[in-house]
Write a new protein. Structure first.
Length: 157
């Protein structure tokens, strides 16, 4: 009987790339799920007061934040040290609040529009004049659900 042997060269077997798209999409979805989107960069210094009776907001997607405080050191040369209002990522005045609220309102589903809350993050050193202006502008815009952000008071004091 004759034995036939196949000539084998020094070739390496090729790597299968059939599962490569699956791995790429799996990594893509993983990073999409675990990545936290950037929050608003604070341009004002906000040291909220302490309070003893606090409630946590349930749905953060229904909350829009208005920051009131003195500009941080980075912005003091341009904006001074007078208390300012920050809406999103820019300094604003009370007249800009209705447009800011409307931009947030269009992103909320129809059934939840009546549950939108405006949270005021106000520095403890700010006078109430600017806060009153903001509250008046909120009232004129039809936003009556307002809360004040605060830190939990230490029980030791």
């Amino acid at each position: 009987m004759i034995n036939f042997k196949k000539k084998q060269g020094n070739t390496n077997p090729t790597i299968s790339t059939a599962s490569l798209p699956d791995i790429v999409f799996m990594l893509l979805f993983f990073f999409m799920v675990v990545t936290k989107m950037r929050d608003t960069d604070l341009m004002v210094g906000v040291n909220t007061p302490q309070a003893s009776e606090l409630t946590k907001l349930e749905k953060k997607s229904l909350v829009n934040f208005i920051f009131i405080g003195r500009p941080t050191a980075k912005f003091r040369d341009v904006y001074g040290t007078k208390p300012r209002i920050q809406l999103g990522d820019k300094f604003s005045n009370p007249d800009d609040i209705p447009l800011f609220l409307e931009k947030h309102r269009v992103t909320v589903p129809e059934g939840f529009k009546d549950r939108i809350i405006t949270s005021l993050k106000v520095d403890g050193e700010v006078t109430m004049g600017i806060v009153s202006d903001v509250k008046t502008s909120l009232r004129k815009a039809g936003q009556i659900k307002i809360n004040y952000s605060a830190k939990k008071r230490d029980r030791t004091k």
